[in-house]
Design a protein around this ligand. Structure first.
Ligand code: F6P
Length: 322
């Protein structure tokens, strides 16, 4: 009987629980045993394992966070840490590891495979949506909706005072959340790391927008933008825009929590199953994703490192519609 280990690592994302549930129940379907790993790679090093069965994952599909907990492990970044992790997996007789996470998780998993021959299969789970090999990552849709609802509320108060608001959203080095929430909230301006704009150009755009508008003005800023996020951008703007009542809002970790949307639950269920299915078919060192609604298998090492392209047509659309 095959034994599959499963962990969630890096920044948690809504829908990770649905993915864990799918891994456990699909393993049961294929007749495999499942070992849950607490706290991601840290748990691999500390041998923090637990057997997981059908009922251990009941009632979790609707819950945010991750029942397996998560961590960013410094020790796992070192060869010594990875050697301990691999030895612990081998001692347990684990045939494959399903790693649910983002680029850091897959980077670590790839090293574990290369150095110790562990079969790591990736399931993309990050609100950032910055992995190649899938149109969307688990958690992205929920984060978008959470950010949209929060920004809608900011719009109400911004309208009431006719204020200029800079709202910062997450995404580390990627602007996916900023772009789509910006469009969904009718932002007047969207500032992304992928669309390099000099501060002088941002000022010019803002002046044009403020000329036309009498009510509120909303600028959605990606945390990874070259201006350094909304607070730093506001400092660069305050002198030229001193006659406006400017405010800054940072949405922060609220975007990582909450019950996953239907879309994320379905995506997570599908990808959790596909990860076990890939192992069943004898595949190794791959990530399962969905592209154009179809399941896509990509070598895990190709999913991170390069920037996933943002849809610049959407960026242009936002300018037309503002
Ligand atoms: O990768 C997910 C993410 O939420 C990024 O958007 C953000 O930059 C980062 O994690 C924050 O990480 P932490 O919770 O460790 O501060």
């Amino acid at each position: 009987m095959k034994k599959i280990a499963v962990l969630t690592s890096g920044g948690d994302a809504p829908g990770m629980n649905a993915a864990v549930r799918a891994v456990v129940r699909s393993s049961e379907y294929f007749g495999y045993e499942v070992l849950g790993v607490n706290f991601g790679y840290r748990g691999l090093i500390e041998a923090d394992f637990k057997q997981m069965e059908h009922l251990d994952v009941s009632g979790i599909i609707q819950r945010g966070g991750t029942i397996l907990k998560s961590a960013r492990s410094e020790k796992f970044r070192e060869a010594e840490g990875r050697a301990i992790a691999a030895a612990n997996l081998k001692k347990e007789g684990v045939d494959a590891l399903v790693a649910i996470g983002g680029d850091g998780t897959f980077r670590g998993g790839t090293m574990l495979s290369k150095e110790h021959g562990i079969n790591v299969v990736g399931v993309p789970g990050t609100i950032d949506n910055d992995l190649i090999g899938t149109d969307e990552t688990i958690g992205y849709d929920t984060a978008l909706n959470t950010a949209m609802q929060a920004i809608d509320k900011i719009r109400d108060t911004a309208d009431a005072h006719e204020r200029l608001f800079l709202v910062e959203v997450m995404g580390r080095d990627a602007g996916f959340i900023a772009l789509e929430t910006g469009i969904a909230c009718g932002a007047e301006l969207i500032i992304l790391p992928e669309a390099i704009e000099k501060i002088e150009d941002i000022k010019e755009s803002l002046k044009d927008i403020l000329k036309e508008k009498s009510r509120s003005t909303l600028v959605v800023v990606s945390e990874g933008d070259e201006s350094g996020g909304a607070i730093k951008l506001s400092k660069k703007l305050e002198k030229d825009f001193s006659k406006y009542d400017m405010r800054v809002g940072i949405l922060g970790h609220i975007q990582r929590g909450g019950s996953p949307t239907a879309h994320d639950r379905v995506l997570a269920s599908r990808l959790g199953y596909e990860a076990v299915h890939a192992i069943h078919k004898g595949l190794s060192e791959v990530m399962v994703g969905v592209i154009n609604h179809e399941v896509k298998i990509t070598p895990i090492a190709e999913t991170f490192g390069k920037m996933k392209k943002i849809n610049m047509e959407l960026y242009e659309l936002a300018k037309i519609l503002r």
